[in-house]
Design a binder for this molecule. Structure first.
Ligand SMILES: [Fe+2]
Length: 476
């Protein structure tokens, strides 16, 4: 909870202020004697001083001047509470580091807005003032010194040197200078990456429209006219710095949200990958003799697609589609799937229906419409004599053609209920024979290369899963 010291001899007004601020969860300590202000500030930590100026402004200014001399409390954020009727010395108040002014008997909304802005001020912003006229440098330093860290430069060259090595929150830039003028400084700033979003306010005696346009075109956020009207200058400087902070915090927020979104996306992707994997385990568990089949087919299909030059993303999609290519077998009775002997025609028709049943299961997943492609068409043949639709050649989606080769390879190179794994040479010649008839020759050729590289015939299923087999082969 932010702590505010409210020092004002107008007790009626400060009682109302205290009420308003307490209502909005500020912790307010109220004193009626402004003379005790420094002592009170030194006794506890405060985030803001609301200081009442009397008709005798001089005394109030003197007290604040004293506070600014005491290092332990000199940095206190300050708002002056001012009389409604009398004019106050605004320039002097700003010189003393006033953030703002609240008129007595202001409406609560105004009070709250100003207090909220003032307590949000943390640390001092740094302003680099560039002017070849020493009087202007002195004026700005004197006026802004309490609220901001002021660095001065007497020339454009000196300013660029400072900007190369120091972090600055605002650049106050004179336009007409002998060596490098203000426009030149702005142009050269583009070569300093740290100054990418540095807000610039130009200070100039030129008031013609062309110069105005040129100033904004050069990248300045605002300009201040000479001769200087200090109240206007200070308000503009403050506004630009606040806007710059706002922009920075917005950028931080966008970065934070993007990171969160990316993490959420990764989690979703993991969830879908793991769900698909779990489902493939359920499929494989149906038949103890083909245990691990879906995973091996998925690995072979991914390896073929890797060798085709597909992106990581595409390889992962193909892997997932292949994992579910036999999902329809969930709907086929185990007595048929695990039958050791020859199948009757009727049983074979039932087995064949795992393609369309797989499609029925997966078509409902609308966010990944390609999921069903592998399940529905992995038994199509390149020559059009496959099932369920007798599609041929390029009419069969590419993923299904890749899975078809991988699927047949695994069927031949794995132990089955009715036979052991076929010898590698037999598997190789079957794949070769099927080029252009059963298989797309392009993908069959890649499979043959993979077989040829697999000298010890490690790429096979021995009634057990061997998930790292492909990685081992790739590493050889
Ligand atoms: Fe199948």
């Amino acid at each position: 909870m932010k702590k505010i010291l409210l020092a004002d001899s107008d007790e009626a007004n400060s009682a109302i202020l205290e009420l308003i601020l307490n209502e909005f969860e500020y912790n307010v300590r109220r004193i009626s004697s402004i003379q005790n202000c420094a002592e009170e500030l030194a006794s506890a930590h405060y985030d803001l001083l609301l200081f009442g100026l009397e008709s005798n402004q001089e005394e109030g200014f003197r007290i604040i001047e004293d506070i600014r001399q005491k290092p332990e409390i000199a940095d206190i954020n300050l708002i002056f509470i001012i009389p409604n009727t009398e004019k106050i010395d605004v320039a002097n108040a700003y010189r003393l580091g006033a953030l703002d002014f609240i008129k007595r008997h202001s409406v609560p909304e105004v009070v709250l807005e100003k207090v909220r802005d003032a307590v949000a001020v943390t640390g001092k912003d740094t302003i680099l003032v560039v002017d070849d006229e020493p009087m202007n440098l002195f004026l700005f330093t004197n006026l802004l010194g309490i609220r901001y860290n002021i660095i001065t430069a007497g020339s454009g060259r000196e300013a660029l040197d400072i900007l190369e090595r120091e972090s600055v929150d605002l650049l106050l830039l004179d336009l007409h200078m002998p060596d490098i003028d203000g426009f030149d400084v702005m142009r050269r700033l583009s070569a300093i990456p740290e100054c990418d979003n540095l807000p610039i306010i130009v200070v100039t005696a030129d008031s013609d429209f062309d110069t105005e346009a040129e100033i904004f075109q050069a990248g300045a956020r605002d300009y201040i006219s000479k001769p200087l009207v200090m109240q206007v200058a200070i308000q503009r400087i403050r506004r630009i710095i606040e806007l710059s902070h706002l922009q920075k915090s917005l950028e931080d927020e966008v970065r934070k949200k993007s990171r969160e979104l990316m993490l959420a996306n990764t989690r979703l992707r993991q969830l879908s990958d793991q769900t698909i994997f779990a489902l493939s385990c359920a499929i494989d568990a149906k038949d103890s003799y083909t245990n691990g089949h879906s995973r091996r087919v998925a690995m072979y299909a991914r390896e073929i697609s890797r060798r085709l030059g597909k992106s990581q993303e595409e390889q992962l999609d193909i892997y997932n589609v292949a994992l579910l290519h036999d999902v329809g077998k969930i709907a086929i009775p185990e007595s048929i799937i695990e039958k050791p002997g020859k199948l009757t025609n009727e049983e074979f028709e039932i087995i064949k229906s795992h393609t369309t049943r797989g499609y029925e299961i997966l078509k409902t997943i609308s966010v990944m419409p390609s999921l069903y492609i592998g399940a529905l068409w992995h038994h199509e043949r390149y020559d059009g004599r496959g099932y369920p639709h007798g599609k041929a050649g390029e009419d069969i989606p590419e993923i299904a053609r890749i899975i078809c080769v991988a699927d047949c390879y695994d069927a031949m190179s794995s132990d089955r209920s009715y036979r052991g794994a076929l010898p590698q040479a037999v598997v190789r010649s079957e794949i070769e024979k099927g080029m252009g008839t059963q298989f797309d020759p392009r993908f069959a050729r890649i499979m043959l290369t993979m077989i040829d590289e697999d000298k010890d015939y490690r790429m096979r299923g021995k009634n057990s899963t061997d998930i790292n087999r492909m990685t081992e082969i790739k590493d050889q």
